[in-house]
Ligand binder design. Structure first.
Ligand SMILES: Nc1ncnc2c1ncn2[C@@H]1O[C@H](COP(=O)(O)OP(=O)(O)OP(=O)(O)O)[C@@H](O)[C@H]1O
Length: 306
């Protein structure tokens, strides 16, 4: 079996490249049949995945990168049902790995890829906005959480905190700043094409395939990425101070017990906001939108797990 490694050397502000330099000799030592493809620019992992999977045959792709790299690979794969994914998390937040229970240490994660033999099937989310589609593995969101991703993508703070091995805190630090700048808006949310519900003063709404997002926030603790459903979280009508106090409880998933936090399960969520807001898929920013539709691709990908 040949392992196609798609490596984002830029992940975690350059740490991904250093990790690959440790893992590649290990692959040679173990006489693994592999090929390494290094991303050279944003979006390159999409092209690489297209090239590897374009023949319509079965392939194993091992991703070395963060959730953003996973997002690109998943978007480049021709037929997800033909692909087995391995994952070595080297991003700043690594929410997919957290949700799948994969080891954080790169050598341990490589060991799982090469030796575990355990396969889990994983749903793939599909975000539609303005007639365009984008797949997601972790989550897609609109509002505050997406605005945090937008800012993190261009933040020098992320580089600094990654150097201090505190990359996860990037999102927390930026979130605190944004909370006091951004104003909540009215939103209409329609689940599975049923009656629309109106929510006042919405900070964000996210459709989650994975239970974690944003660097360890357990926003939808009951989300399972193999149940054919999305879990939708909406934060509405709370004073900013309450949001600030509730955010830390979300690390443990305790926030769902408080008023103003709504969690639903569905196959399709249409979210319309009164103003155009930031949108993300797997933490990767997309232009501002007033309407997004989150659903599922309807096909599952195989993932090597512990
Ligand atoms: N060679 C490259 N140079 C610059 N950017 C790149 C390169 N290769 C990939 N990218 C971009 O790097 C971005 C971030 O990657 P990724 O999400 O994997 O890591 P991260 O941001 O450190 O982690 P996380 O998403 O978990 O916070 C992606 O948007 C991807 O397009």
């Amino acid at each position: 079996m040949k392992y196609n490694f798609i490596v984002n050397p830029h992940s975690r502000s350059g740490k991904g490249g250093m990790i690959w330099e440790i893992l590649e000799p290990e692959l040679k030592k173990r006489q693994t049949d592999y090929e390494g493809f290094l991303t050279e620019h944003p979006g390159h992992a999409i092209t690489l995945a297209q090239q590897i999977t374009g023949d319509g045959q079965e392939h194993v792709i091992v991703i070395l990168g963060g959730d953003g790299t996973v997002n690109e690979v998943v978007n480049g794969i021709e037929d997800v049902e033909k692909i087995t994914l391995g994952y070595i998390p080297t991003g700043s937040s690594n929410d997919l790995a957290r949700g799948l229970g994969l080891p954080k240490e790169p050598l341990d994660a490589l060991d799982v890829v090469l030796n575990s033999g355990q396969i889990q099937k994983m749903d793939i989310g599909l975000l539609t906005r303005g007639g365009k589609e984008r797949r997601f593995a972790v989550s897609a969101g609109i509002g505050f959480d997406a605005a945090v991703c937008h800012q993190a993508a261009i933040s020098s703070l992320k580089v600094l905190l990654n150097r201090l091995k505190l990359g996860k805190l990037t999102y927390v630090a930026i979130a605190l700043g944004r909370l006091f700048c951004d104003n909540p808006v009215r939103a209409q949310i329609t689940l599975d094409d049923k009656e629309a519900k109106t929510f006042e003063r919405v900070y964000f709404a996210a459709a989650m395939n994975n239970s974690y997002e944003g660097g360890g926030f357990h926003f939808c603790p009951n989300a399972r990425n193999d149940d054919g459903l999305l879990d939708v979280i909406v934060i509405s009508k709370l004073p900013k101070l309450a949001v600030l106090l509730l955010l830390p409880t979300a690390y443990k998933g305790w926030h769902t017990h408080f008023p103003g936090i709504f969690v639903f399960q569905c196959r399709k969520a249409t979210i319309e906001t009164e103003e155009a807001l930031a949108v993300h898929t797997d933490g990767e920013p997309i232009f501002l939108r007033k309407k997004i539709i989150a659903g599922l691709l309807g096909k599952q990908i195989r993932v090597i797990t512990v």
